[in-house]
Write a protein that binds this ligand. Structure first.
Ligand code: NCD
Ligand code: ZN
Length: 334
């Protein structure tokens, strides 16, 4: 059995910088035609110059592959219309992080009152710049995403022309909220389709499955699977592949992030095949994102074949999801 995907896209990806960038970027560029690259570097990307220079470093790291890095800017409430107009052509979206909620988000938003955010959001709406959101409060870890939903609703209602992407949704509540507003969309990761909190902490602790937002309950996973498997037009694949060196994961204070980029397509094919919906994978990993963002990625065919993939123990110094295990599908030629 085989499946050829046209221009697969990963609409939420952490490529990091320096040595790590050079390790992970070629792996995404090999399997995908493009990705939305997150801005949470240290310091975060907040100027057009930062974004352009980072894009150059990414292009340099991937070499000849047909792969478009779609760039993002780190949301600051002080961005005004003139600034956004200047940066607009260098980015596809702006990513909003609540302050301190995840890796390298210390400079994020503290005050979620609409008054504080309105000028920037108004300008984004006018300029047609989508808003990507890491939607978690700093409440109890299992409730953070659900607690953030009223904030999504306030923004969606006040700015009906603003495209808002609920990043890496993990709960049934988020799926329900997504359906209530025309201008809400969402990314779904590979790991949240596969695992629940039990896989992270129900037996031996699995640091390589620890991420933000934390994986939730079986009924949440079921709600995510339902919309992903039908390739609902409001959802698209975003791996949230977030590499950390082994010393940061296998540590008393484990960094959040699952590294899934190099195994994402085979693992998705396996899951979609098991669910009997392989024919919907093209929409989930490409077509929906093209419509939501209005993008045309490079034409690139990626052939998946139903032949076992032995997942490496490491890529450089990073341990991937399913390390040492065998997946039922592989990317042809990898
Ligand atoms: C991401 C990272 O490491 O940059 N970590 C994660 O657990 N997902 C940040 C993020 O997207 O939250
Ligand atoms: Zn992320």
């Amino acid at each position: 059995m085989e499946l050829t995907l046209t221009s697969p896209l990963d609409m939420h990806l952490h490529l990091r910088d320096g040595e790590m960038l050079r390790t992970v970027a070629p792996l995404s560029a090999r399997d995908f035609a493009g990705a939305l690259v997150m801005p949470n570097l240290v310091p975060p990307l907040t100027t057009p110059e930062d974004v352009r220079a980072y894009k150059e470093r990414i292009l340099d790291a991937i070499g000849e592959e047909a792969f478009t890095p779609y760039m993002t800017l780190f949301f600051l409430p002080e961005y005004d219309y003139d600034f956004l107009q200047e940066v607009k052509d260098d980015i596809l979206a702006i990513k909003l992080y609540p302050a301190g909620i995840t890796t390298n988000s210390e400079g994020g938003v503290e005050n979620f009152s609409l008054d504080a955010l309105a000028p920037t959001l108004e300008a984004m709406s006018e300029l047609g710049i989508p808003l990507c959101v890491h939607g978690e409060t700093n409440g109890f870890v299992m409730d953070r995403e659900a607690e953030f939903i009223p904030i999504y609703e306030r923004i969606a209602k006040r700015f009906p022309n603003l495209t808002i992407i609920m990043e890496h949704i993990t709960t049934k509540e988020a799926v329900d909220a997504l359906m209530r507003f025309e201008n809400l969309y969402a990314t779904i990761t590979l790991h949240h389709l596969y695992i629940t909190l039990d896989d992270v902490a129900g037996g031996l602790l699995r640091p390589h499955l620890f991420c933000k937002p934390i994986a939730k309950r079986p009924e949440d996973r079921m709600a995510l699977r339902k919309v992903a498997f039908m390739a609902h037009e409001k959802v698209m694949f975003g791996s949230d592949s977030a590499p950390h060196p082994r010393s940061k994961k296998e540590a008393p204070g484990c960094a959040a992030g699952v590294f899934s980029a190099p195994i994402a397509l085979p693992a998705l094919a396996q899951l979609f095949e098991e669910a009997g919906v392989l024919e919907n994978l093209q929409k989930f990993v490409s077509d929906n994102a093209q419509k939501i963002y209005g993008i045309t990625p490079p034409a690139k065919e990626v052939k998946l074949i139903k032949e076992p993939m032995a997942v490496p123990e490491r890529y450089g110094d990073v341990v991937p999801m399913f390390a040492g295990q065998t997946l039922a599908w592989s990317v042809d030629g990898v």
